[in-house]
Design a protein around this ligand. Structure first.
Ligand code: F6P
Length: 752
């Protein structure tokens, strides 16, 4: 096995080396092949020039003795002179031509086919190169001067075979040089390549071990890897999300799936939920204690999750009979008759409620985050109460925790400080904070006098969830602007005071299958019930709005759109009624009182304009309706209007869709809701644009059945697949991974 591994490694290393060596050798061979003839030509040119100079020298040295001997006509001495000169190993032959171009003297070695009149042979030109049977020769002709007069010319033939010999030697040297160069370069390259490769491998391995989505902050071992880190993280994140999505997609998310996940991934760890609003309110009625379910998106979403997970829900006990039903630990088992989980109630004084809930949370943070044209109000006294109440809830969490590492789900803007406070009391807790409302841009958030404290508080969370990526981005930018932290945009994490927070989007949803699926009346029965309870005529088309009476919900804009639709399409007068259920909310606050007055006044104006006999175009119900009743309204409505000016998600939109198992009805949906990012088959509107919303309402009322069915079918599939169990499941899966990693870090005694 070992030998096999070694062979494999050697083979891999050889392959890596060959990858570098082969191109290098080819490049060097090509280079050598083109360099050798070049060097040959160059060397020949230099040699010819040298021989030319040499020929001149020899000729001028012979000038005087030769002219003397010529004058004497001493043939034997001339031959002897020529023979002596020929002892020079380079000089091959000599010849003398008289002024008429006849060769008079020549050495025996003089080439036979070379004459005094050979073409291209001239005194003023460089020597000729001739390839003779004896080999390559250089032929130069030099004029002889006697007493200032030309007296024939001397032909000097040099042996050039030494050039060929030297050329061959040079070629061999060059080839040898290239071979040595190739070997040395290859060795260096392979050595450096192996070293770098190993470094890269180790660096990438380190990143893969620690720099993925699970451990985004460790540095790679080599700074050269820095540019790769971002790409790799993005890739890992995408892969992780895709894998998660694929896993999720194959699973149909139910309470059982969530329970299984809790037991498998979180080994049954304790789950604590903290919210301001409680899921069940006990109210003293005339005929005894009544149980109310609040109009709250938060409760709608978290309650089914708690039923699946058991655990304890800590919330403000605000009902008039809340104290009467709790035990001595302020616990009450809920839901009534099922006792799936425990509700722990926290009691607040009037002053605390005023400062923390009405003041700081709802006059400060609510308008600050929604940016819906109502100015936030910040008072020091409210802030102090907010801090104190957050502390009381933190103590309650610590009190309820059965061990030191519970999973705590902190809900919403009422508890921005709570995560850090919990962390101080229970450093090993996993704190998942979900912010149910939008997060504004840094400039808008910056007007809060306690912005740093709020951000620091939130960064006590292990996971911080928003509905959309856009809100996550705003949050990261806000932290970047106001706090000293390390932000990793690729992995969407923030490190602050040594604590890591994952900022992630988890679009919230509702329970599926919807409650009352089996027991609810048919849409026809619901319509008959709505008509008879409101005294509506048969055959009227029904439009519906269901909201808390809140200025962010765009109720005034919606009513104006209804009015405009009736103006533009008068044939709808007497044929269409709009029902607005507006649950009273935060009514001690001035803004909410003003809104109440304006909504009532506008309703009255519209009704005065368009009413006929018993017909009223708008029915305004400023009252709380229990969820089961609201469901009947949903099932009766031809169109549901959600026209929020800004909304984190808006679960009314999803509830309406869930209620329509008959696949009828149309949803008109504001583009400024988180839901609009998911429910593309709704009629999406800008609620500030009254005509556009009016036309969408008319289009909804006149939409053919088949189109309603197609749109509704598609939206129902989405809400079914992306239900609230999946929302919670995704957060818990992320939390489980982080917990496993932290546990491992503790075991090995260093951060991963
Ligand atoms: O949108 C934020 C939120 O907490 C919702 O979840 C819920 O619908 C609403 O505020 C409840 O407000 P309150 O608890 O003040 O009635």
């Amino acid at each position: 096995m070992k030998a096999l591994g070694l062979r494999k490694r050697m083979f891999r290393s050889l392959r890596l080396s060959l990858r570098f060596i082969v191109p290098l050798v080819i490049a060097l061979a090509i280079l050598a092949y083109s360099v050798v003839p070049l060097v040959d030509r160059l060397y020949l040119r230099w040699s010819v020039r040298d021989i030319d100079i040499r020929a001149k020298l020899v000729a001028s040295a012979l000038q005087d003795p030769l002219t003397d001997l010529l004058r004497q006509g001493n043939k034997s001495r001339i031959n002897a002179l020529f023979s002596r000169v020929l002892r020079d190993e380079r000089l091959f032959a000599l010849g003398y031509c008289d002024e008429d171009g006849a060769m008079i003297y020549r050495t025996p070695t003089f080439p036979k086919n070379l004459s005094c009149t050979a073409p291209d042979l001239a005194a003023d030109k460089p020597g000729l190169l001739l390839n003779l049977p004896q080999g390559l020769v250089h032929v130069a002709i030099r004029p002889m001067i006697a007493e200032g007069m030309p007296s024939g010319s001397l032909i000097l033939v040099h042996d050039m075979r030494f050039v060929e010999r030297r050329s061959t030697d040079t070629r061999n040297y060059i080839i040898l040089l290239f071979v040595v160069l190739g070997v040395v370069t290859s060795l260096i390259t392979v050595f450096v390549a192996h070293l770098s490769w190993r470094g890269w491998m180790e660096g990438v391995r380190a990143m893969l071990r620690g720099e993925g989505i699970l451990r985004p902050f460790s540095r790679p071992t080599s700074s050269e890897l820095e540019p790769l880190v971002g790409d790799l993280r993005t890739l890992l994140r995408t892969l992780d999300e895709e894998r998660r999505f694929a896993d999720d997609a194959t699973v149909s998310w139910t309470p059982d799936t969530l329970r299984g996940l809790l037991h498998k991934q979180l080994t049954g760890d304790q789950v604590l939920v903290v919210s301001n609003r409680e899921p069940y309110i006990h109210v003293q009625g005339e005929r005894g204690i009544e149980i109310h379910r609040p109009a709250s998106g938060l409760v709608t979403a978290v309650e089914p999750v708690m039923r699946a997970c058991s655990g304890t829900w800590i919330a403000h006990g605000g009902g008039t009979a809340d104290r009467k039903v709790v035990d001595r630990h302020d616990h009450v088992a809920v839901p009534p008759g099922h006792a799936d989980y425990t509700l722990r109630r926290i009691w607040l004084t009037k002053e605390e409620e005023q400062g923390y809930y009405y003041g700081f949370a709802n006059e400060g943070l609510w308008p600050l985050c929604h940016i819906a044209h109502v100015r936030p109000l910040f008072r020091t006294s409210d802030w102090e109460r907010y801090v104190a109440v957050n502390k009381r809830f933190a103590d309650a969490v610590a009190g309820e925790a059965k061990n030191d590492d519970p999973v705590v789900l902190v809900q919403d803007y009422h508890f921005a400080l709570l995560p850090a406070m919990i962390r101080a009391l229970l450093p090993r807790a996993t704190v998942i904070t979900f912010w149910h409302i939008p997060w504004p841009n840094p400039e808008s958030f910056g007007i809060c006098p306690w912005r740093e404290e709020l951000l620091q508080g939130m960064l006590g969370s292990t996971i911080l969830g928003f509905h959309t990526r856009f809100h996550c981005k705003n949050f990261l930018e806000t932290v970047d602007r106001y706090l000293e932290t390390r932000i990793e945009h690729e992995s969407s994490t923030i490190t602050h005071s040594g604590m890591l927070t994952l900022v992630e989007s988890y679009p919230i949803s509702i329970q599926w299958p919807p409650p009352w699926q089996e027991t609810q009346p048919s849409p026809e029965e619901c319509r008959a019930w709505v008509r008879s309870s409101l005294g509506l005529d048969q055959g009227l088309l029904i439009g519906l709005g269901v909201d808390r009476l809140d200025y962010t919900k765009g109720i005034l804009e919606r009513l104006r759109a209804v009015e405009r639709m009736l103006e533009l399409h008068p044939e709808m007068i007497g044929r269409f009624t709009f029902i607005q259920i507006a649950a009273p909310s935060r009514s001690v606050l001035e803004e909410y009182q003003t809104l109440d007055t304006r909504v009532r006044a506008l309703t009255q104006r519209i009704n005065e304009r368009f009413s006929r006999d018993s017909y009223l175009p708008v029915r305004l119900l400023v009252e709380h309706r229990e969820p089961e009743e609201v469901n009947r309204f949903y099932r009766s409505a031809d169109v549901c209007m959600v026209t929020s000016l800004h909304d984190g998600m808006n679960l009314v939109a999803k509830e309406y869709i869930a209620s329509r198992d008959d696949e009828r009805g149309v949803l008109v949906l504001s583009q400024f809701t988180g839901a609009a990012h998911e429910l593309h088959e709704a009629l999406i509107v800008n609620p500030y644009h009254i005509e556009q919303t009016a036309e969408a309402l008319f289009q909804a009322l006149t939409m053919p059945d088949f189109e309603q069915r197609e749109r509704m079918f598609s939206m129902r599939s989405l809400v079914r697949d992306f239900n609230v169990y999946r929302w919670a499941g995704r957060m818990l899966i992320d939390a489980a991974r982080i917990r496993q990693r932290e546990k491992l870090a503790v075991r090995i005694g260093r951060p991963l």
